[in-house]
Design a protein around this ligand. Structure first.
Ligand code: HGY
Ligand code: MN
Ligand code: MN
Length: 416
């Protein structure tokens, strides 16, 4: 990297943010930012990322899940890679920085090396993971799992909200569903994984600090819950004989909230609620909703899950409905490597940023990569009160520039 006195943080950050804006134009929706796995907008974003990677002197390939992988060779061809990256899919109506910053910041660092024709002892790989949010097929971490050869074939039976099957979606994007994880990355070829990400919370904002070093990433599970009662006429069925699936679901949702309020770093969220064939004059007979439960302490989370599902059963029994739950995502709390935390902290100090360590409440591809190598994460301050998964999410050019500077320092320190 260039010496840091040559760095104009805001200018480099403005270039990064201009690319965030350019990528955000590839959206499934004309009115808000939504980029789901393998949509036309998603493939257009992938092509744009590949082009920028090539411009930065990287060899580019697309893997079986549609992730875009750029490799900047080290001094000796075939050297172990320092892998860095994040995801370029989004939640529905999300913020345009979530994930993308962790691709564009390292890309700027590699472009800087390329401009100076500098090579490091290790290769650097920037991975743009195709699906982390899993908004289309409820497939959290699909791409990082496929990258490591850990794909659950049962997922292939799923359909998206438009009824398009998983395999069909892959074929339409020119990908082979049978080969999604056919080329697993050998962990022996990875030196470490480091991920830059917007904080998605208010800690750095409130501390007045642009960057932070992540200590641990909270574990979490997601479930799909189906409540089945009896549909009936809203005008004729007496209240005492109803088996209203939605009223039961409402009580269950409040049970999630009240259990999650008991501390231990627990959070619990119901983000989707669907009334099948819901009609104003029909008693709801079939309701589905999602449950997301997280904590930095796996034992605390597991105890909360047991309690919540026991409450669901009790509520269902009391109301004469049935309840079924399917877990479609589980990830354990993931500590970041002390060595990488230290290197990231030193890199921040080197660019004049006071070191703040913090836990991540959000999940990240680093959680999956931890199965293959040591992981570290650098957080970038989230503006607008720390809001994320929301179009109001923001990052400043100065902070993005500091992230480029700090990650560039990290590349050099890691090499040493
Ligand atoms: O849900 C999460 O924690 C992440 O944003 N995918
Ligand atoms: Mn997210
Ligand atoms: Mn993210």
């Amino acid at each position: 990297m260039t010496a840091r006195h040559e760095f104009d943080f805001a200018e480099i950050g403005r270039d990064v943010l201009a690319r965030v804006d350019a990528l955000a134009r590839h959206s499934d929706s004309p009115v808000h930012y939504t980029r789901t796995w393998l949509s036309p907008a998603h493939r257009a974003a992938a092509a744009q990322l590949a082009e920028w990677m090539r411009e930065a002197g990287m060899a580019v390939r697309v893997d079986g899940a549609g992730s875009v992988i750029g490799r900047y060779e080290g001094l000796a061809p075939g050297a172990k890679a320092l892998v860095t990256g994040s995801h370029f899919d989004s939640v529905r109506n999300g913020g345009k920085y979530d994930g993308v910053v962790g691709i564009l910041v390292p890309l700027a660092c590699v472009a800087d090396l390329h401009r100076q024709d500098l090579r490091l002892p290790h290769a650097i790989e920037v991975v743009a993971f195709a699906d982390e949010e899993g908004a289309r097929f409820q497939t959290s971490f699909l791409a990082s799992r496929a990258f490591l050869g850990q794909f659950d074939p049962a997922i292939r039976d799923r359909r998206d909200a438009d009824g398009i099957g998983f395999d069909e979606a892959m074929r339409a994007a020119g990908l082979d569903p049978a080969a999604i994880a056919a080329d697993p990355r050998d962990p022996a070829t990875i030196a470490a994984y480091v991920e830059v990400h917007i904080e998605q919370g208010p800690v750095l904002l409130e501390a007045g600090l642009p960057l932070g070093v992540v200590t641990v990433i909270a574990g979490g599970t997601r479930h799909r819950v189906t409540v089945t009662g009896a549909a009936g006429h809203a005008g004729t069925v007496p209240m005492a004989s109803r088996r209203d699936a939605l009223a039961a679901a409402a009580e269950m949702i409040l049970a999630v909230e009240s259990r999650a309020r008991t501390g231990g770093g627990l959070v619990g969220t119901v983000g989707v609620l669907e009334v099948r064939e819901g009609t104003g004059n029909v008693i709801p007979g079939h309701v589905e909703f999602t449950v997301d439960i997280r904590s930095g302490d796996d034992a605390v989370r597991e105890a909360a899950e047991r309690d919540v599902f026991a409450r669901f059963e009790a509520i269902a029994a009391k109301r004469g409905v049935t309840v079924a739950t399917r877990r479609n995502h589980a990830v354990r709390a993931t500590p970041c490597s002390p060595r990488l935390q230290e290197l990231l902290a030193e890199s921040m100090s080197a660019v004049g940023v006071p070191v703040r360590r913090l836990a991540s409440g959000a999940g990240h591809d680093a959680m999956v990569m931890a199965a293959a190598t040591e992981v570290g994460m650098l957080f970038v301050r989230c503006g607008a009160g720390g809001v994320s998964h929301n179009p109001a999410e923001t990052v400043t050019a100065e902070d993005a520039g500091l992230a480029v500077a700090a990650l560039g320092e990290f590349f050099r320190k890691f090499a040493a």
